[in-house]
Design a protein around this ligand. Structure first.
Ligand code: AVJ
Length: 326
């Protein structure tokens, strides 16, 4: 079990009511994917990462297994900053390599949940006594403030292809925040899922055991519990498909019938049979699309590290000179 499964339910953002009211008012109803991850949702995601169909996590881990050592030896970072510090086992690979390189001084995990951060920080302090473990409570979509005392150079890691949950404009905004926060010698290490046979991608989001369906439906459980809504989970079905034009998976919850859902503070929300809520997009990239997004954000690709089948990539990027700090 990775520590993401220990993420406490208090992670839930105070903005849920606002996001639900706004998300369910448009022609394409939407809920932000960040609300999947209460305790149960985090456990389900943990299960997803071990499914035979879900190649993303194990491919990224295999790349980190091979490349953490050489990368840390080459970059000799004094600091590792992790955006959305999720999966502890991948963090350990990077921290081990940073310590082995002999340059590591601090690890700064960034997450919205203070409780989750303190939990994993105390474990890491015991495991890495030579590192300062300095968690930072922040939402990764907000401007990044790394302070003035972060030792140089730093690696900012953004793993798990979480970048894929943002549309290109949102991804550029996030990457620009990173570009503004880092210094010339710092590097971004980004994990990104790559474009491939759509059948392989669709299978990863439609697993045979139905875990992804459970994960998808869990967002309704969260809204029911947190807002007192009365979503009937048996009246919604999981649907995930690859959009070949936008190069992204879309996950939806499809209403099986005409129905009215009551959400206190929002009101009655009508669903027609077959109407859906889009709960997640998961964008897939190639080198050109990533170079373009990073370029728009004021960064360039220094190294492209992919597996032999080009399933998944680790991208090392740095600031282009014009990018200034805020
Ligand atoms: C954690 C956002 C990378 O998009 O693949 C897994 C979440 N959704 N199965 C992804 C997810 C459905 C995952 N990310």
């Amino acid at each position: 079990m990775t520590s993401i499964a220990g993420r406490p339910d208090s992670t839930l953002h105070a903005g849920l009511l606002r996001d639900v009211a706004h998300g369910l008012s448009g022609p394409q109803k939407e809920l932000p994917p960040k609300y999947f991850y209460d305790r149960r949702g985090s456990e389900l995601f943990d299960e997803i990462t071990r499914l035979p169909e879900y190649y993303l996590t194990r491919t990224e881990r295999a790349l980190l297994d091979c490349w953490s050592g050489p990368l840390m030896a080459a970059l000799r970072p004094a600091a590792l900053v992790e955006l959305g510090a999720g999966s502890a086992d991948k963090t350990r690979l990077l921290l081990d390599a940073m310590v082995y390189a002999g340059s590591g001084e601090v690890y700064v995990p960034i997450d919205v949940s203070a409780e989750f951060l303190e939990d994993s920080a105390s474990r890491l302090r015991a495991e890495f006594p030579t590192l300062g473990i300095e968690p930072l409570v922040a939402d990764i979509v907000d401007p990044l403030d790394l302070g003035d005392d972060l030792p140089s150079p730093a690696i900012i890691a953004f793993l798990g292809s979480t970048i894929g949950n943002f549309d290109p404009a949102g991804a550029v905004r996030l990457l620009r925040n990173v570009a503004r926060a880092i210094r010339p010698g710092d590097r971004l290490v980004l994990g990104a899922d790559l474009r491939k046979d759509p059948k392989i991608i669709e299978r990863a989001y439609n697993d045979a055991q139905g875990i992804t369906a459970e994960f998808n439906l869990n967002v309704l459980r969260v809204v029911n519990r947190e807002l007192g809504a009365d979503f009937d989970l048996s009246a919604f079905e999981h649907r995930a498909f690859y959009d070949r034009t936008l190069h992204r998976i879309e996950m939806h919850l499809v209403s099986t019938d005409d129905q009215l859902v009551h959400i206190p503070g929002v009101g009655d929300v009508a669903f027609a049979g077959g109407e859906s809520i889009r709960t997640e997009i998961s964008c897939k990239y190639d080198q050109a699309s990533l170079a373009e997004m990073l370029g728009a954000a004021g960064m360039r690709i220094d190294r492209w590290i992919a597996d032999a089948a080009s399933t998944y990539a680790l991208i090392v990027a740095s600031r282009t000179s014009e990018t200034s700090r805020p």
